[in-house]
Design a protein around this ligand. Structure first.
Ligand code: GLY
Length: 316
């Protein structure tokens, strides 16, 4: 459709008028290409970025074998999988989010309902589940054979959750693991949207909510500038609002890669040692990322802007 090739006039990160590159969708990690393939046709048909972001994230949430997002993934310390998710809609700067959502699979869609059907921003726990049921979502167990096995093996070791350990302030103190689908899109109308969804840190204490449903922490966007998503140790990263920081740096003229790196450097400066990454998308379609840790993981993201998906590896 026409949207794919459209050159749009809009405002660049610096505030000057610039040529936008047309619709674009960016999704974190190795499920990025599949998610973008689901979201892209919506953008190509001149649909809204919010619909593309929701569809892309739903695709990952419903993958049966994805351990860090959606059902059947990393359980908490009592064996239950709970979900955090958020959407930020650039044109109105509305935010909808759910934290510690139980027994509902499409967490990002519940987050969208919070945004569109209420004046609230964040609902949590069983009350978020009750809200979802009222919005017509099915209630179902989020446990599957993989998450049950993971929890049984962990529980058999008899160790307490690593949430009781000292803060990750030095080499060896960091929390391993990875997580979180984050998707950002700019549509043919110049709307920016970002969303994210995760089942969060493995064996977390019951009730724990991570960075994903916190605006400016797990994700952020500004319709004049662009968007950013975070993944990794949310317990550390949410203390610094790194996606807000990255978008604001871009507003001041930083490139996406520079903004991502500078936001992580702010966390380094306080002495934290963690696995984490930030991916940033300018409204003009420029993108970049930065990471810490994940020495043995290929952290990256996928970009789709009409000629298929390209994959970007973020080097540390
Ligand atoms: N980054 C996801 C979490 O820590 O929950």
């Amino acid at each position: 459709a026409g949207g794919a090739a459209a050159a749009l006039v809009g405002r660049s990160a610096g505030g000057a008028t610039s040529e936008l590159s047309g619709p674009v969708i960016v999704t974190s990690w190795e499920f990025g290409p599949g998610a973008n393939e689901v979201g892209w046709p919506i953008l190509a048909d001149e649909g809204l970025a919010i619909d593309a972001v929701e569809a892309a994230i739903n695709y990952v949430e419903l993958l049966p074998d994805e351990f860090y997002v959606g059902f059947g993934g990393s359980p908490n310390a009592i064996g239950e999988t709970t979900l955090d998710a958020m959407m930020v809609w650039g044109p109105t700067h509305e935010v909808g989010a759910v934290g510690c959502l139980k027994r509902v699979k499409r967490a990002v869609s519940v987050a969208r309902k919070v945004m569109e059907e209420t004046q609230h921003t964040l609902l949590v726990g069983d009350d978020a589940t009750r809200f979802a049921a009222r919005m017509g979502f099915d209630e179902t167990s989020l446990t599957n054979a993989a998450s049950q096995k993971a929890w049984e093996e962990w529980a058999a070791k008899g160790r307490p959750s690593d949430a009781w350990d000292p803060e990750p302030m030095g080499e060896g103190g960091k929390i391993e693991g990875r997580d979180t689908v984050g998707t950002m899109a700019v549509d043919a109308h110049g709307n920016v949207c970002v969303g994210c969804s995760t089942n969060g840190r493995s064996f977390k204490l019951p009730g724990r909510v991570g960075d994903s449903p916190i605006a400016g922490a797990g994700a952020y966007c500004d319709n004049d500038v662009g968007a950013a998503i975070a993944t990794g140790n949310g317990d550390v990263m949410m203390r610094f609002l790194p996606t807000y920081h990255a978008v604001e740096l871009m507003r001041e003229g930083a490139s996406p890669a520079e903004a991502a790196e500078a936001a992580l450097r702010r966390i380094d400066a306080k002495g934290y040692h963690f696995d984490g990454g930030i991916i940033v998308l300018g409204k003009d379609g420029e993108h970049g990322g930065a990471k810490r840790g994940w020495k043995d993981e290929a952290f990256g993201y996928a970009v789709h802007r009409g000629a298929g998906t390209s994959q970007v590896t973020v080097r540390g």
